[in-house]
Ligand binder design. Structure first.
Ligand SMILES: NC(=O)C1=CN([C@@H]2O[C@H](COP(=O)(O)OP(=O)(O)OC[C@H]3O[C@@H](n4cnc5c(N)ncnc54)[C@H](O)[C@@H]3O)[C@@H](O)[C@H]2O)[C@@H](O)CC1
Ligand SMILES: [K+]
Length: 481
């Protein structure tokens, strides 16, 4: 797992570090790491380092100190460095002295530059950029390397509520923080510079992502003694005469995800079988046979019959994933979850989340999902560029950053629920199944958009589904690596 640590957790780990190492040592390491990344960016982007120009945007705290010490290190490599002090009366003194000693200059305007270092605020930053910084940032004409995090973005929630820095690269010090995954598109490439923090003995991170290698290693593959039943039977209740496509996509994903058997229940038997003849498809739940997990809801309608089917399945002792129309039914009758002891996984998008909980996910999506999971007594997966997954009372919350937005297309959620449903049927716990499914889904979307040639093109959910095997092969390669 890659862990993401809150600002408070990082401060606590820093306090412990200060007791072990000489004064100023952590900042020196941070600044040297930052200077190394900036020099690398200069080399890649301009073909050299010496003779190039960098502007530092310097705020009032230690984040400004990082930028100033990094500026001094860059001066020693022949870079022309200009510092713009946003609060000249309050600046990291030792950092400013070091920059001056190295021949850096202080100016009111950025001047000429090839690259910008954002040292406005770090983990103590709150809210958007203030007007003076916002005006400067709006006029920038070169890429920005952010120290620790892009200023103006909330460190713990990744919320962007106003003017902020858009970074090409973010150099984080000591640990990844929630901003780096929740606002990944604003951070650009993220590089971690170790500063000696002891995270092994620190409390669990607030957020975590399974790595591709972990997803690959945990993905269920048929073993020497397996048969179609032993790998888990996935049951799918989806589709309607109006929305047969949801049934086709959801069952298709379950078939692609694992080698177990897939059962389908609903009115779209014909379309399902014409796309996936291997599915055992029936119209009525009473004819369906047993499954080790059920997916209920994609395109399945919200009428009384849909309610009764959901009620019957939630009354069983197998894991149930409720999605789409199933969530609308559940929102209208939350008592359906009462008394249930088997695992339940709810997979809302933002609108369904509002229906279920009565509140918007808001700027702090992680806290919102954690609350929803506790209140509903179910694992909740909130869809988005960063998919957030919380199980009741469990830490850390899991997150999957898709790395692209190609999956933002109609029917893509039906594919996700089929994938995750098959993992539940294989016996994987809901939060991990959700995170694994989200990772494979995002990868399949990117592979579909990439195609065989150069460039990218928009995709539909069918194209995403078609790339699920390729995505699983990529994850399998990580498992071997
Ligand atoms: N403590 C240490 O030893 C280390 C600290 N490091 C750096 O120190 C940073 C934290 O430094 P600080 O705690 O001094 O604080 P910051 O530099 O993050 O912020 C400075 C101050 O800016 C003000 N501020 C808050 N929001 C603002 C906004 N929206 N616009 C303008 N000003 C705002 C606040 O008064 C805040 O205290 C880390 O992010 C990291 O960059 C690194 O050098 C690693 C080692
Ligand atoms: K910053």
């Amino acid at each position: 797992m890659r862990g993401y640590y809150s600002a408070d957790q990082v401060r606590a780990a820093e306090a412990e570090l200060f007791r072990r190492v000489p004064d100023g040592d952590p900042m020196r390491r941070a600044a040297h790491g930052l200077a190394r990344v900036v020099a690398g960016e200069l080399a890649v982007r301009t073909g050299g380092v010496s003779g190039r120009a960098v502007t530092l945007l310097v705020g009032s705290g230690d984040n400004g100190g990082d930028a100033l010490f990094a500026g001094a290190a860059l001066r020693r490599r022949g870079v022309a460095v200009t510092a713009v002090l946003l609060t000249p009366g309050k600046v990291h003194r030792a950092g400013l002295a070091a920059l001056r000693r190295a021949g850096g200059r202080v100016a009111a305007e950025p001047g000429r530059y090839d690259l910008v270092v954002d040292g406005i605020v770090g983990i103590s930053g709150r809210g958007p950029l203030r007007p003076a910084a916002a005006a400067l940032v709006a006029e920038l004409t070169a890429p920005v390397v952010a120290a620790d995090l892009p200023s103006g973005v909330d460190p713990d929630t990744g919320a962007v509520t106003g003017p902020h820095v858009q970074a090409a690269v973010t150099v984080t010090f000591g640990a990844y923080k929630p901003v780096h995954v929740l606002a990944a598109p604003v951070c650009g490439r993220v590089e971690l510079v170790p500063i000696g923090l002891d995270l092994e003995t620190a409390p669990a991170p607030v957020l975590a992502s399974p790595t591709p290698a972990e997803v690959g290693a945990a993905w269920p593959l048929p073993g020497p003694t397996d048969d179609k039943y032993s790998q888990g039977v996935t049951g799918i209740v989806a589709g309607s005469s109006r929305f047969p496509g949801a049934a086709v996509l959801c069952t298709g994903a379950a078939v692609a995800a694992t080698s177990g058997l897939v059962r389908y229940v609903g009115p779209a038997v014909g379309p399902v079988l014409s796309h996936r003849p291997e599915v055992v498809a029936v119209e009525r739940l009473s004819d369906a046979g047993r499954a080790q997990a059920w997916v209920v809801g994609p395109g399945a309608g919200t009428d009384a019959a849909a309610h009764d089917r959901l009620a019957e399945l939630l009354d069983t002792d197998v894991p149930v994933l409720v999605d789409a129309d199933g969530l609308t039914v559940l929102a209208a009758d939350p008592d359906l979850l009462r008394g249930r002891t088997a695992p339940t996984l709810l997979t809302p998008h933002a609108g369904e989340f509002v229906r279920l909980t009565g509140t918007e996910p808001g700027a702090d999506r992680v806290s919102a999902v954690r609350r929803a999971a506790d209140d509903l007594g179910a694992t909740v997966l909130l869809k988005g560029r960063a998919t957030v997954i919380a199980a009741p009372g469990e830490s850390p919350v899991l997150v999957n950053e898709a790395g692209s937005s190609w999956a933002a297309t109609a029917g893509s959620g039906d594919v996700l629920s089929g994938l995750v449903g098959a993992l539940l049927a294989a016996g994987i716990e809901p939060p991990r199944a959700a995170a694994m499914g989200a990772r494979a889904h995002a990868l399949a979307a990117a592979l579909a958009a990439r195609g065989d040639g150069p460039g990218w093109a928009p995709i539909g959910a069918s194209a995403l589904l078609a790339q699920v095997p390729a995505a699983l092969r990529v994850l399998w390669q990580y498992r071997q690596a």
